[in-house]
Design a protein. Structure first.
Length: 451
């Protein structure tokens, strides 16, 4: 019986053939379905399937224009993409891995600030060979930055999650962002706009940062923010008189905007202007409400601190000097008293007198048949018992009227302990009760005493 002989294949060729088959199998598996390519040159990789699936849902073409918005405080980067109706819709929100500096614009080289403003990214600013995986240059400084003599170079949106004045993403994130930009260029977009903001330009956020030295700059950025919000289209950006202007067209042909020159007469399309004005009016009202809430909260915090300082001065006798303790007591008493409380004469008893003035004796009920007796006369029975015969002499009406205020404690009266008085001040609900006001017109002079 004969033996079938097979040709011998050298060992190296077998290995190469097996490797080729493995690569072919891998390619077939990766390109099936949505043809997602996650290998090869990083700048040629496709957008992830999860993002690509949104194209159909949002009625977008794969190569339609894009726009990017960045919010520092929220650490988010938004990619907006134009739909078939010509308006932009939010496609994907990415968490920024790192950004350096603080809220506010970049001013000079080396300040490690990430830029804020409006920037146009052309194909020439895309960097497929970046040391930070992939990147695109933001084009800083732009015309506005140059008009203010701001300096800086190599300000990027890139990968590698490392920032020195840039907006750093993770490598998978920058691959998606880069691919979306690359495809928009293939679709005919000459440049895409990056709008970099300190935070979402809401009325509440503007109120919260109202005391920032950058507020004038941010108000200007908000105008551009509003233009995009009401139109969902890329605003046209120009600079004149060192200020941004949005969707503006000079009234005279061939009269361009110049960054440091006076703005020529221009107009904004009426539909855009009216919509922006309506939004700004609504935002102004919300801003005023937010500012009122902020002031109210600040006042509450101030009163709480004053009360805490007062309690600390009482519990710890070594807390400051006598003058400071008395001043703290007066401030806390003013903070805790209601606006309806009647004015009372200044006490000379120091901090404790101001603390417990609200605990003064309340007017006693007038006994029937004694119309001449006033509330003040019944307020201190101890004082009437200790009166000497000389006190029975008639007194001027002014002196009787003065007794309408709470009398000073008599030397013989028993005073409550320190902790009882302190707990009464801090824990009693009666402290908030407004003292009854006495009608001084009803006070009459005491009847003469017959000899």
């Amino acid at each position: 019986m004969g033996v079938i002989a097979f040709p011998k294949i050298p060992g190296r060729k077998v290995i190469r053939l097996a490797g080729a088959l493995a690569v072919a199998t891998l390619l077939a598996g990766c390109q099936s379905g949505d043809e997602y390519v996650s290998f090869g040159p990083k700048h040629l990789r496709e957008v992830r399937p999860a993002i690509k699936a949104k194209f159909t849902e949002l009625k977008m073409d794969a190569r339609s224009p894009i726009l990017i918005r960045i919010f520092k405080e929220e650490s988010t980067l938004e990619v907006w993409k134009q739909n078939r109706e010509g308006r932009f819709a939010l496609l994907q929100t990415f968490d920024i891995c790192k950004w350096s500096g603080e809220l506010g614009p970049k001013v000079k080289e080396g300040d490690r600030q990430a830029p804020e403003g409006f920037y146009e990214i052309t194909p020439g600013l895309m960097n497929p060979n970046s040391s930070y995986h992939l990147a695109f240059n933001m084009g800083f400084p732009n015309a506005y930055d140059r008009s203010h003599n701001r300096t800086g170079t190599h300000l990027m949106v890139h990968g590698a999650c490392s920032s020195r004045g840039c907006y750093a993403m993770t490598d998978p994130q920058i691959e998606d962002i880069y691919a979306l930009a690359r495809d928009s260029f293939k679709g005919g977009q000459r440049s895409f706009q990056v709008q970099a903001f300190p935070f979402r330009m809401t009325a509440e956020n503007m109120a919260r940062h109202n005391d920032s030295p950058h507020m004038d700059f941010w108000r200007m950025l908000k105008v551009g923010y509003d233009h995009f919000e009401v139109t969902k289209q890329t605003p046209k950006i120009d600079v004149c008189e060192k200020q941004y202007v949005f969707n503006a067209t000079p009234l005279m042909a061939n009269v361009p905007f110049r960054a440091t020159a006076k703005c020529p007469a221009y107009e904004v399309p009426q539909a855009i202007r009216v919509a922006v004005e309506a939004k700004q009016k609504k935002d102004t009202q919300a801003f005023e409400v937010a500012m009122a809430n902020i002031r109210e909260e600040a006042e509450r915090e101030k009163r709480a601190k004053e009360r805490a300082a007062l309690i600390a001065s009482i519990v710890n006798p070594k807390f400051g000097s006598d003058d400071k303790r008395e001043e703290a007591g007066e401030q806390a008493a003013a903070a805790t008293s209601t606006e309806e409380a009647p004015a009372t004469p200044a006490s000379t008893g120091g901090v404790f007198a101001s603390l417990f003035a609200s605990k003064a004796a309340q007017p006693a009920e007038t006994a029937p048949g004694e119309p001449g007796q006033t509330a003040a006369g019944a307020a201190s029975p101890a004082a009437s018992q200790a009166a000497t015969p000389a006190a029975a002499k008639p007194q001027p009406a002014a002196e009787v009227t003065a007794t309408a205020f709470a009398p000073d404690a008599q030397a013989g009266e028993q005073k409550p302990g320190f902790f009882k008085r302190w707990l009464s001040f801090s824990g009693s609900q009666d402290d908030d009760t407004t003292p009854p006001q006495v009608d001084l017109t009803t006070v009459t002079t005491a009847p003469r005493v017959k000899p």
